[in-house]
Design a protein around this ligand. Structure first.
Ligand SMILES: [Zn+2]
Ligand SMILES: [Zn+2]
Length: 140
């Protein structure tokens, strides 16, 4: 037994503890086999109107990317509010939850703010008729 051995042993223990701390009690949302890992958790919003993000738990980046960016649950990044939001939410009838604004894709919530700010289609907004059904999905 020499120093080298103890160092190796200590490193191994360290990695083991790190690994264990990273592992969550839940299983991966995609493969539903492996334990989810803290370091691969994604935070996303199911609708633009949610105040709090949902933790999505995955075992790996592969599982996370598949879940987040492949059909039918596709998420997009909204630059103005810096959130990752579901493009279409089955819970609200698969309505598209983004609009193209200039060069960007923005969520409905930001789109509404942008329109209000710029005064475009203001009277349509005020009378409750907005192109794209903002307030249509109701709070169930
Ligand atoms: Zn997985
Ligand atoms: Zn937004």
């Amino acid at each position: 037994m020499n120093d080298e051995y103890y160092r190796w042993k200590a490193e191994k223990l360290h990695r083991y503890l790190e690994d264990r701390a990273d592992r969550l009690d839940e299983t991966c949302m995609l493969c539903e086999k492996k334990s989810a890992r803290r370091s691969h958790t994604r935070f996303s919003y199911d609708t633009p109107w949610d105040d709090e993000p949902q933790d999505k738990l995955f075992c790996s980046d592969d599982c996370a990317d598949t879940y987040m960016y492949e059909e039918p649950w596709v998420y997009f990044w909204c630059e103005p509010c810096e959130r990752e939001i579901c493009e279409q939410n089955p819970l609200n009838g698969w309505h598209i939850q983004y609009r193209d604004y200039g060069y960007e894709r923005v969520c409905l919530s930001c789109y509404k703010d942008l329109i209000l700010e710029n005064g475009v289609e203001r009277d349509k907004l005020e009378s409750g008729h907005i192109p794209g059904m903002f307030f249509d999905w109701g709070n169930t």
